[in-house]
Design a binder for this molecule. Structure first.
Ligand code: OOB
Length: 527
């Protein structure tokens, strides 16, 4: 779904889209200063020269395996150097990464393969004690399009990523307006959808966010969130840091005992967190006694209590920028020089001067500044359609190409946007988005569930947790039973409900839909 020509021309003339391609990542620093550190992990340090060469060799090796430009490859790797090498190699080949999470299980990975028509899957051998090789085998068994399973580490019966190598050769570069990779949507209705991001649009996002965060070749970015998520990938994140010729520190998890030693050792100037993780960092920081005063912390993804924002300054001595972002491409954030009140209570202004926003009521009519309405967005990074779901696209895009975000916001007279809620059926569990429709469908398959509604419940640490409200069929199910059932169905653990409420009937609205608002209003932290 390309942008219409008039808008594409506008974005090019404005200098947003400059014809950059992500296959060029690593190239310039590797040529100019090959020994410079590109990536640091818990296990090692990797130079631009080394990673550039590894990406070239992997791209050639993948071409020898028969992988063609345009073919999709599901990548579900942890924050490790392989993530960077695999992504850049696929960009160079013109193959299209579909970025999953290492937390994904059979249900999610098979869905990603199926919905993208992927021909290959890249996974680790094991991670945090979980056998991803066995998981890859299960996915392969139910994915007829999959020709290759590539394993980082000990490959068992599959192909080892390290063995996919061939002498570097010149490959035709991708076109700037082609899809560079797919991100996964947090969902509005139904299952999460695939979001195409082009070389031009993502390069603009990487450049503009790096400039706004004053991130340059001497800067270090700490990736504490999963690198496959837009927040840590490209705001400016892992790819933006590499594009700028800076250093990326990849933390295996956002856990304080992993992150604080890395901050002490590598002194990153920029990182991204979600509010739940930030609270954990704040609570545990005194135990580590690390100097965090040089750190700019981008916080977004879920509601940030103003008290938490305040603690970033008083307890960490760090600088806070507050972000509203979505994988769909719209970003709004407070700038480094904004007054602190703005950073505490709003998500600032859109990234691009050519981002267009509308805030509308139920009739799609614009609401005045200061009043709450649904946010509609269009712009040089905002997708024009999810992949291969025309009827869904017809619902969530206006005729003139604005995306209905499903988020409720208000705009102050100075243009700053504040998120106040949402109309979409998702649970925002510490920043991890769970599609209510998807989870209800999975739970409804349980034999003891007659009907089910999934609603958020307030949680002091996560902001929201997930409550399943169940009308039983016979003996009511238990929470543990439902969770085990979902695990058996291969549903990722973060989607399993945290609470269960058993009821005799669900409330319905006048038009006969489950009244989730009433259920959510009844919900207490205890469930
Ligand atoms: C980020 O991206 P996604 O795609 O995982 O989630 C997008 C959704 C938004 O539609 C909104 O519902 C929610 O996450 N959200 C917020 C928020 N920022 C995002 N809700 C309340 N307050 C905020 N500040 O979450 C994401 C992508 C890039 C940068 C930062 C976050």
């Amino acid at each position: 779904m390309p942008w219409p020509e008039d808008l594409a021309t506008r974005y090019r003339n404005a200098g947003h889209w400059r014809g950059d391609v992500l296959s060029d990542l690593l190239r310039e620093p590797a040529a100019g200063d090959p020994a410079r550190t590109a990536v640091v992990t818990g296990d090692g340090r990797y130079s631009y020269g080394e990673l550039d060469d590894r990406a070239d060799r992997l791209a050639a090796g993948l071409a020898d395996l028969g992988l063609e430009p345009g073919e999709r490859v599901v990548v579900a790797l942890p924050n490790d150097v392989d993530f960077v090498v695999v992504c850049v190699a696929l960009f160079r080949l013109g193959a299209v990464p579909v970025l999953g999470l290492v937390a994904h299980r059979r249900a999610e990975l098979s869905y990603l393969v199926r919905s993208s028509g992927a021909v290959a899957l890249v996974a680790p051998d094991a991670h945090h004690g979980f056998d991803h090789r066995a998981l890859a085998g299960e996915v392969a068994a139910e994915s007829p399009t999959l020709r290759h399973v590539l394993i980082a580490g000990n490959a068992g019966g599959f192909t080892a990523l390290a063995d996919v190598t061939a002498p570097p050769r010149t490959l035709p570069p991708p076109e700037p307006d082609e899809v560079a990779f797919f991100l996964l949507s947090g969902g509005t209705t139904g299952k999460p959808k695939l979001i195409p991001r082009t070389h031009d649009d993502y390069s603009y996002q990487l450049r503009a966010t790096a400039e706004a965060m004053r991130f340059g070749s001497g800067s270090t970015y700490l990736a504490a969130l999963p690198a496959g998520h837009n927040a840590a990938l490209g705001c400016p994140g892992v790819l933006g840091a590499l594009r700028a010729g800076g250093t990326v520190v990849l933390a295996g998890s956002p856990s304080p005992d992993e992150v604080f030693p890395l901050i002490a050792a590598e002194k990153p100037g920029l990182t991204t967190v979600m509010p739940a993780v930030l609270s954990l960092w704040l609570d545990t920081a005194p135990l580590f006694d690390v100097d965090t005063s040089g750190l700019v912390i981008e916080v977004g993804g879920a509601m940030l209590p103003p008290e938490t924002a305040e603690r970033v300054r008083t307890e960490l001595g760090a600088t806070l920028t507050h972000w509203f972002g979505m994988a769909e491409g719209f970003l709004s954030f407070t700038r480094l020089d904004d007054p602190v009140e703005r950073a505490d209570t709003s998500q600032g202004t859109p990234m691009s001067p050519d981002d267009e926003i509308r805030i509308v009521d139920d009739e799609d009519l614009a609401v005045p500044d200061g009043e709450t309405g649904q946010l509609l967005v269009r712009g040089p990074c905002v997708l024009r359609g999810y992949y291969d779901v025309p009827s869904h696209n017809a619902e969530v895009f206006t005729a003139d190409g604005f995306l209905r975000t499903g988020d409720l916001v208000r705009r102050a007279p100075d243009g700053a946007i504040t998120v106040t809620g949402r109309v979409k059926h998702t649970i925002n569990r510490g920043g991890e988005k769970i599609s209510g429709d998807e989870l209800e469908t999975e739970l409804a398959a349980h034999p003891a569930v007659r009907s089910v509604a999934v609603v958020p419940v307030p949680d002091p640490a996560f902001g929201e947790k997930t409550c399943a409200v169940v009308v039983p069929d016979g003996d009511p199910p238990t929470l543990a039973g439902l969770r085990a059932f979902l695990a058996d169905r291969g549903v990722a653990g973060f989607k399993h409900p945290d609470r269960l409420r058993v009821v005799t009937s669900l409330p319905y609205t006048a038009v006969g839909k489950v009244d989730r608002r009433a259920l959510a209003a009844d919900a207490t932290p205890e469930g």
